[in-house]
Design a protein around this ligand. Structure first.
Ligand SMILES: [Mn+2]
Length: 263
């Protein structure tokens, strides 16, 4: 990985840990793995162009296996796995490949935790029928203690009105949807990396996960390249967020500092 002087490893004491392109909530009472934006079937939507071989779901399983192996080595048994929206890609219909591959991934992760929580993303209008097959409910948001999980394409206040939740109880927000990435460069090379973002939004400590999709790296906050989705947090606020990249070889997260300082 390209060297940067601002590199520091992050909060070893925190109960929220970076793990590959996922987050691990490591509480005494619960171990929760959070994954975002798998976009199963994305490949199918672009495969006609002939650019992509059909390897996406295989790579998702490989990348998940690496995480499960690491957890195993640390003797961490998962209570919950949260999919933070956009498990699959197509909005309007469910292609045969999506049915098959989404069920395959769901069955694979179901063996690894006591409970699977599916949070609705903007691509998940019709995730319901697939989730129903496995008796999993699709939720608009999920609260665990002081942490609120949601996709990030819609504000949560409206959902709160119906759900008997209180904003002041929420200290930490965990979002997805943006597929954040950053390009790092030195005198020799430029490279785009999937990146976590960490900052403050509405006085809450806010994490944004990179996508777990192996084909597309994501939206580059430095160069502005890549598909940009509407996130509830405006881009000028995101510039004050820290960019955090996980190096899987070292099993360490590095903080590259605020986005605006990297621009
Ligand atoms: Mn989304």
């Amino acid at each position: 990985m390209i060297n940067q002087t601002t590199q520091t490893t992050l909060f070893p004491q925190s109960r929220i840990k970076f793990l590959d392109n996922a987050l691990l909530i490591n509480d005494i009472e619960n171990k929760i793995l959070v994954l975002a934006d798998l976009h199963i079937g994305y490949e199918e939507s672009v495969v006609e162009t002939g650019i992509f071989p059909r390897i996406q779901t295989h790579e998702i399983i490989t990348n998940l296996s690496k995480i499960f192996d690491k957890l195993n080595k640390q003797n961490i048994k998962l209570d919950k796995i949260i999919i933070l929206g956009d498990l699959k890609h197509e909005h309007g219909k469910i292609s045969p490949a999506e049915w098959r591959e989404t069920l395959y991934v769901l069955d694979f992760i179901s063996k690894k935790a006591k409970e699977i929580i599916l949070i609705k993303g903007n691509h998940d209008n019709i995730l319901g029928p697939i989730a129903n097959k496995r008796n999993i409910q699709v939720k608009s948001l999920y609260q665990y203690n002081d942490i609120l999980f949601m996709h990030g394409d819609k504000e949560y206040k409206t959902a709160f009105k119906h759900k008997n939740k209180k904003d002041k109880d929420i200290k930490i927000l965990i979002l997805a949807h943006l597929h954040p990435a950053i390009t790092l460069s030195d005198e020799y090379k430029k490279e785009k990396y999937k990146s976590f973002l960490l900052g403050k939004y509405k006085r809450k400590q806010t994490y944004i996960l990179p996508s777990f999709n192996p084909i597309s790296i994501g939206y580059d906050l430095i160069t502005g390249k890549g598909k940009k989705e509407f996130l509830i947090i405006p881009e000028n606020k995101l510039k004050s967020f820290d960019a955090i990249i996980y190096n899987p070889e070292e099993d360490k997260a590095y903080n590259f500092g605020k986005i605006k300082k990297l621009m």
